[in-house]
Design a protein around this ligand. Structure first.
Ligand SMILES: NC(=O)c1ccc[n+]([C@@H]2O[C@H](COP(=O)([O-])OP(=O)(O)OC[C@H]3O[C@@H](n4cnc5c(N)ncnc54)[C@H](O)[C@@H]3O)[C@@H](O)[C@H]2O)c1
Ligand SMILES: [Fe+2]
Length: 361
């Protein structure tokens, strides 16, 4: 039997924040990062929390470390919120989701509604049961996956994307394409995730270059693509790009989407050795008007990455190729142990992963 389930309510558009007004008078914890708190954007969120008792947690940092999440969870448990507003990119949303989860074990109320307001396009975390945390001591990044991490409400207001720096638009946009492409060929794909994944891929493909150029309408489309891709991969699963991006991100602290942008073409070529998977990639390429083959898709992703000024190799991100080689076994083991690996459509061995790492170094 196959199943497809949606839990999160979604509001989108220029007045999407109105969805927060149902929290009037409640105890609300707002979780975000220092930049967003100081940018003035947070004020738009706070203005909607009429009559609420608000506690702000603004210490989120990119790739949230476990230690920080545990500290935040303690604060959350002491404050005992009825709702949490997670405001920011994937890092803030994941941190908030994990803080609620850990906070409940520390005495916070069992029922806390999470309202996720993404400010990047994006991770899709506002509609997923994933929260990616970093164990800084071990240099490992790993996803927590549990239905209880699904937000109650996603609030998509494209106005928040206006000031996103070009490099962040490129990184997060390539993350969207990778979510859509990986979900489309993943082991758990079905007709529902295909519809979401294909639409997300085509929307992102058409709009990412203009969003990178600063076009606000294209940025709004990217926010929708990010959300659709999140729903697709939440049900279908991801693949080797993400398991390797987690392994490399935990060790070398390169932005998540930038790693996926480098990895995706290698993974497409690896997975395309299975004919039925190659046909799926060809269908995605065709839907975007590209040469309808897996190689055509991989080539087009390589070309787009360069157009967005992103690096081709880890050495261009300040990583010594010798270190990648020396850590080959460790990185391959981390990638294979990652929760995104089992849904990749072709089984990979440590040797296969090390071959990709050699090309990537
Ligand atoms: N939960 C999921 O389903 C999921 C999926 C993919 C990735 N992730 C995780 O999400 C994290 C990455 O999230 P991200 O790519 O959104 O980046 P991020 O949240 O780390 O943010 C990157 C930078 O952009 C800034 N920023 C965010 N919004 C901005 C805005 N509107 N204007 C200006 N600057 C802004 C932030 O302050 C930060 O400095 C990684 O840890 C990744 O592993 C989670
Ligand atoms: Fe991702």
């Amino acid at each position: 039997m196959e199943q497809f389930q949606l839990k999160t309510a979604i509001s989108f558009g220029s007045d999407a924040l109105a969805a927060l007004e149902e929290l009037a008078g409640q105890r609300v914890m707002v979780i975000t990062d220092d930049f967003l708190a100081k940018s003035g954007l947070l004020d738009q969120v706070l203005a909607r929390l009429k009559g609420c008792t608000v506690e702000q947690y603004t210490d989120v940092v990119p790739d949230p470390p476990l230690v920080m999440v545990a500290q935040g969870a303690r604060k959350l448990a002491n404050f005992k919120p009825q709702a949490v507003v997670a405001f920011g990119g994937g890092s803030a949303m994941d941190c908030a989701k994990a803080m609620v989860e850990f906070g409940k074990k520390m005495g916070a109320p069992g029922e806390i509604k999470v309202y996720a307001v993404p400010t990047t396009a994006g991770t899709g975390s506002e509609v997923t049961s994933f929260a990616v945390l970093t164990d800084s001591e071990k240099g490992v990044k790993y996803p927590l996956v549990d239905d209880s991490l699904l937000p109650h409400q996603a609030v998509l207001d494209p106005g928040f994307l206006k000031g996103v720096p070009q490099a962040v638009t490129a990184d997060t946009g390539m993350d969207v394409l990778t979510h859509a492409a990986e979900a489309y060929v993943a082991a758990g794909a079905n007709v529902y995730t295909d519809a979401l994944g294909e639409k997300a891929f085509v929307l992102a493909w058409k709009n990412l270059p203009a969003a990178f150029g600063g076009n606000q309408q294209a940025k709004a489309q990217m926010l929708l693509a990010s959300n659709l891709a999140g729903m697709a991969f939440n049900a279908a699963g991801l693949g080797l790009s993400h398991s390797l991006a987690h392994a490399l991100g935990g060790r070398f602290h390169i932005p998540h989407g930038r790693l996926n942008a480098m990895l995706l073409p290698h993974v497409i070529r690896f997975n395309a050795a299975r004919r039925e998977v190659a046909e799926r990639y060809a269908a995605l390429a065709k839907a975007c008007g590209l040469t309808p083959t897996a190689r055509g898709l991989a080539f087009a992703v390589d070309r787009l990455r360069r157009k967005l000024g992103q690096p081709d190799r880890l050495s261009q991100c300040g990583v010594d190729p010798k270190e990648v080689k020396a850590r080959g076994d460790e990185l391959a083991a981390a990638a294979l142990a990652d929760l995104c690996a089992p849904s990749n459509p072709r089984d990979a061995t440590a040797q296969d992963i090390k071959a990709i790492l050699r090309e990537l170094a």
